[in-house]
Design a protein around this ligand. Structure first.
Ligand code: NI
Length: 174
């Protein structure tokens, strides 16, 4: 296992569409998943997409403790060749960060409730419904597979900035 180097915004691997994985059980995919889990834990992120570690394949991992979700914890999930559909038209705006934009944060509208599917690391089908933070992290990670970073989903770049500054501003408001 290894901690991988994370690509930062501006690197072309983050701007292209990633390719489907033909064989989830292939040894190099299993190794990539293990390394991505190590890398996400080391960096303290809630999720990581393969393009962020310079591998243009359709693979994301994510997890969230109950403190982030206001309810059920999101178990560590490996999702290969994922698809997402919204369950209704409701959007929710929330602050996001990304390991590829270190130190930055921005308010991003996302579908509040989604259904998502894909394959796990054994090639078994996963189907889930998610809402709130869980739905947000899945949408954020899957965007990476289409070359989309969260700033391009923002509707007001006035809510984009360095974490320390945005936090200071929010504390001032509160
Ligand atoms: Ni990200």
């Amino acid at each position: 296992m290894a901690i991988l180097k994370i690509a930062r915004m501006g690197h072309p691997v983050l701007a292209r569409r990633a390719d489907p994985i033909m064989d989830p059980k292939a040894a190099e995919i299993q190794r990539l998943i293990d390394d991505m889990v190590d890398t996400m834990r080391d960096a303290g992120g809630a999720g990581l997409a393969a393009p962020q570690v310079h591998v243009p394949l359709r693979l994301v991992i994510f997890h969230a403790p109950t403190s982030r979700t206001e309810g059920e914890a999101v178990p560590l999930t490996v999702l290969i060749n994922p698809e997402i559909e919204p369950l209704d038209a409701e959007l929710q705006v929330g602050y996001e960060g990304c390991l590829s934009l270190p130190g930055m944060t921005g308010a991003v509208p996302r579908w509040r409730r989604i259904r998502y599917g894909g394959l796990d690391r054994e090639g078994n089908r996963i189907e889930r419904e998610a809402e709130g933070f869980h739905a947000r992290v899945v949408q954020h990670e899957c965007d990476h597979l289409d070359g989309v970073l969260y700033p391009s989903r923002m509707t007001d770049l006035g809510n984009f900035g360095f974490v320390e500054e945005i936090r200071r501003r929010m504390e001032g408001e509160g």
